[in-house]
Ligand binder design. Structure first.
Ligand code: HEC
Length: 131
């Protein structure tokens, strides 16, 4: 949490400080903040890569991935048959109200409606390449 507070502090600085920080620095700060948020909100069920089996499907390469396609993972019928692709807007809707977005999913409700928090988690998820 200390790390998160520091990251958020740096983001506040980056937003307010003229001249703007280099875009790459700003992006790195967002990914760091997103990593902290992922570890507090998602990590107990999801691993960032395939080396670490978890209760939920691993999420490397999730941005742009077709839903329900981790080999060997036992998805709900709702998710397996959804036919959706995990675009950023779909991931936002999922973070905000996953079981409202997709009735029948077995992922327990998470309710992250704050767009800035979603931005950070999306930045982190986007940094996870498919393996
Ligand atoms: C309590 C455990 C739990 C938590 C916490 C959790 N998830 Fe999940 N997640 C699951 C399960 C279980 C599934 C599979 C759902 C299904 O098959 O219906 C899933 C599925 C997903 C999928 C679809 C993956 C695919 O291969 O199609 C995404 C994306 C996802 N979760 C993102 C997140 C994010 C981002 C967070 C944190 C904000 C999060 N989850 C928090 C358990 C969890």
């Amino acid at each position: 949490m200390k790390h998160l507070a520091l990251s958020l502090g740096l983001v506040a600085y980056a937003i307010s400080a003229p001249p703007a920080l280099a875009q790459s620095t700003f992006d790195r700060i967002k990914v760091d903040a997103g990593e902290d948020l992922f570890f507090s909100e998602c990590r107990r069920c999801h691993a960032p890569d395939a080396t670490d089996p978890s209760y939920g499907p691993q999420l490397d390469g999730i941005v742009g991935r077709k839903a329900g396609t981790v080999d060997g993972y036992d998805y709900s019928d709702a998710l397996a048959g959804s036919g959706i692709v995990w675009t950023p807007p779909a991931l936002r809707a999922w973070m905000e109200d996953n079981d409202g977005f997709m009735p029948g999913t077995k992922m327990r409700h998470v309710g992250i409606g704050d767009r800035t928090i979603q931005d950070f988690i999306l930045a982190y998820l986007s940094s996870l390449s498919a393996q």
